[in-house]
Design a protein around this ligand. Structure first.
Ligand SMILES: *Cc1c(COP(=O)(O)O)cnc(C)c1O
Length: 413
C-alpha cells in the first residue's frame, strides 16, 4: 500500500498543490468514486424474490412483481396509475405518443439527451426553451413566446429532483390547449407544494435506471391520474394486446421484467434510508463547501421533499479562479469522477446542432449552466470521510488556483 493511503483506500488530507494528482501526486482515492453508484438495499430480500420468480418461472409479461411494484409506487406517490416499463426513455416515447403529441413540442435543452431524443425519434420537432438561472428548470417566462400554431405540448424536467414551476406551466398549457408532460426521471420521492411529484400535468415519466435514487437495473414508468391515458399506455407498452391474443392498436415492447420489479420492490423497502443517506451527504457537502469563493452548491428547498440524489456545484470562474472543466480535471485525477451534467446542452449535440444551428442564441442560461455546473458523488457507498476528502480537494484547488494554472496548462488536455 503506498504511503499515505489509509484503510479506506483514501489519502490523508492534502494541503499543497504538489500533492494533487494532477501535479503528479498519488490520487486521493485508490478506487474511482462515481456519481450515481447504484443503491441496492437488502440483498437477501432481493435473492429471495429472484429465487421465487425463478421457481414460478414467471419472468415477464405483467407478472406479480411488476404488479406489486406498480401498486407500491402508486401508493407512495398517491397517483392512480403507474405503468411500469423497461426504461425511462421508452416511458417518454410511449407517453409522448399516447398523448398524441405531433408538430412542435417545447422542451429544455439543459437536460439528459433522452428527453429530447424521445421527441425527435417520434418525428416531432423539439423547440428548445431556456431554463431559469436559479432553479435550472424550464422558465415559464420564456415558454409562451415559443408557442406557434404547430405546438402541441410541453415537456418540462424536474431537474435534480427540484420540481418545475408547475402552476405557471399548467396555466400556460391550459391557456393554449397544450399537453403537459413532466420528465420526472430525477424526482422520485420529491414534492411540489407538498404534493408528490407524479401527480402533475397530463402525465409524468419516472426513470429507475441504475444511477437513479430508486433503481430496477433498467426501468421506468409513466404515471398519471387520467384513466383513459393509462389504458392507452398499457396497450402501447405491450404491442397493443388487449387480451391474450387480441391486438387492438399499434404498440411497442416496453414491458418491465420481473427481475427488475424484484429489484424495485427491494429498493422501495430501503428508499427512506437511501434518501436519508443522501440528505446527510448533502448537508455535509454544504457545510464543507461553505465559503469557498466561486463555488455554490445548488440549494434544495427547505419546505419540499427532495431525494437529494444530485449534489450540484456551480463554478463561477471569476471568483474561484478555476474553471469548471479544470476543476473536473483536478477531481478526475484524484479518482473522483465528478460529472458535467448536462454538457454541452442538447442543442449543441448532433443532430440538433445541425438542425437548429441558431438555437443557442435564445438559450443564454442553458449555455452558461452547461459550462459551469458539475455533479459530485453521493449515495449509499460514500462515507462522511469521503465527502470531507472531496471537499478538501475542491478547497485546495480553489485556494491555490493561481499556483495550479501553469500545471493545468502544461498537463495534456
Ligand atoms: C435518466 C434520465 C432519463 C432516461 O431514463 P433511462 O431510464 O436512462 O432511459 C430521462 N430524462 C432524464 C432527465 C434522465 O436523467
Amino acid at each position: 500500500m503506498p504511503t499515505g493511503v489509509n484503510q479506506s483506500d483514501r489519502m490523508t488530507p492534502k494541503t499543497r498543490v504538489a500533492e494533487l494528482a494532477v501535479a503528479g501526486g498519488e490520487p486521493m482515492f485508490r478506487q474511482t468514486i462515481h456519481v450515481g453508484r447504484p443503491n441496492i438495499g437488502d440483498r437477501q430480500r432481493l435473492r429471495e424474490r429472484i429465487d421465487d420468480l425463478l421457481d414460478r418461472r414467471w419472468l415477464t409479461n405483467n407478472g406479480q412483481y411488476v404488479q406489486e411494484f406498480e401498486r407500491r409506487v402508486a401508493r407512495r406517490i398517491g397517483v392512480r396509475h403507474v405503468v411500469a416499463v423497461c426504461n425511462g426513455t421508452v416511458a417518454l416515447e410511449i407517453a409522448v405518443r399516447a398523448l398524441g403529441l405531433t408538430g412542435e413540442v417545447i422542451v429544455p435543452s439543459f437536460t439528459f439527451a433522452a428527453t429530447v431524443h424521445a421527441l425527435h425519434w417520434l418525428g416531432i420537432t423539439p423547440v428548445f426553451c431556456d431554463v431559469h438561472p436559479r432553479t435550472h428548470t424550464l422558465d415559464p417566462r420564456r415558454v409562451e413566446e415559443l408557442i406557434t400554431p404547430r405546438t402541441t405540448g410541453l415537456i418540462a424536467v424536474h431537474l435534480w429532483g427540484r420540481a418545475c414551476d408547475v402552476d405557471d406551466l399548467s396555466a400556460i398549457a391550459n391557456r393554449h390547449h397544450l399537453k403537459l408532460l413532466f420528465d420526472a426521471a430525477h424526482a422520485f420521492g420529491c414534492s411540489y407544494q407538498g404534493r408528490m411529484v407524479g401527480n402533475f400535468g397530463n402525465a409524468e415519466v419516472l426513470s429507475f435506471h441504475a444511477t437513479k435514487v430508486l433503481n430496477t437495473f433498467e426501468g421506468g414508468a409513466v404515471v398519471t391520474n387520467d384513466d383513459d391515458l393509462a389504458d392507452r399506455l398499457r396497450l402501447m407498452r405491450n404491442m397493443g394486446f388487449r387480451t391474450l391474443d387480441e391486438v387492438v392498436s399499434v404498440g411497442t415492447n416496453g414491458k418491465m421484467s420481473e427481475v427488475s420489479a424484484a429489484m424495485g420492490l427491494t429498493g422501495l423497502e430501503s428508499i427512506d434510508e437511501f434518501i436519508a443517506v443522501n440528505r446527510r451527504h448533502y448537508e455535509h457537502y454544504r457545510h464543507e463547501l461553505a465559503g469557498i469563493p466561486g463555488i455554490t452548491l445548488a440549494p434544495v428547498s427547505e419546505t419540499e421533499r427532495s431525494n437529494f440524489q444530485y449534489v450540484v456545484l456551480d463554478v463561477d470562474e471569476a471568483h474561484s479562479g478555476i474553471s469548471r472543466d479544470d476543476l473536473i480535471r483536478v477531481l478526475h485525477a484524484e479518482n473522483i469522477k465528478a460529472r458535467r451534467y448536462f454538457f454541452p446542452g442538447c442543442h449543441r449535440m448532433p443532430p440538433y446542432r445541425d438542425l437548429y444551428p441558431e438555437a443557442g442564441a435564445s438559450l443564454p442560461e442553458t449555455e452558461r449552466l452547461a459550462e459551469s455546473v458539475l455533479c459530485l458523488p453521493t449515495g449509499e457507498t460514500l462515507t462522511a470521510e469521503d465527502v470531507a476528502a472531496i471537499c478538501g480537494i475542491v478547497r485546495l484547488a480553489v485556494s491555490h488556483s493561481g499556483e495550479l494554472r501553469p500545471i493545468l496548462s502544461r498537463a495534456t488536455r
